[in-house]
Design a protein. Sequence first.
Length: 213
Amino acid sequence: MERKRLVAERFRRIWQIVEHIAREPGRSRSDLARHFSLSERQVQADLNIIRTSMRLPLVRRQGYRFAGDQTPGDECFNLSEAQLLVMVLRRASRDRSLPADRVQALLSKLPLLFPPHLRRLVEKTLEAVNDPRSGRHQQVFAALADALLQHTAVKLHYPPGDLASPLQEPIVYPELLLPYEDSWYLIGTVKQRGRVMMFPLDTVLAVSPAADL
């Protein structure tokens, strides 16, 4: 069955709204509408997606904020910093000179170090790269995390005839890795199309480097 196609540009904007609220909690819907040059109705629709489809802990309490966020805006982690720290610790977990039990204990506590809007992303990323039951899932997320950090292109390999993607092997310059309902999606610029697109990752068979293509 063909998966619902999500609009990449809209989800780029939605993530900008997420990070704006994290930096400046307490903004009203009208504040957000002015800042992003949107109508209040459009902002409300995006806020609904953040809360219900992305399942981030957005609350309306003296303006919009993320529940449990006690970190000053200028000091909170952003998404790229979160991905970098996860990657560093993932690599540390494979270093035999480090005590494996202590590294794993640190990894289990890692999500609590992040502001609430990033905790689900960190938890799911850690699950993906550490789950021994799913070698494919682990390889896909590890390769995408590397590409995001190094700003390099990747090729996504879908099964022949898979309707999840308009291209069987898109070459993508990754920008964002985001949850939506029970799935994960990659946003990035597609070399073959020359525009930003959004790809579901559930059926991706493998991810390979595409820097030389």
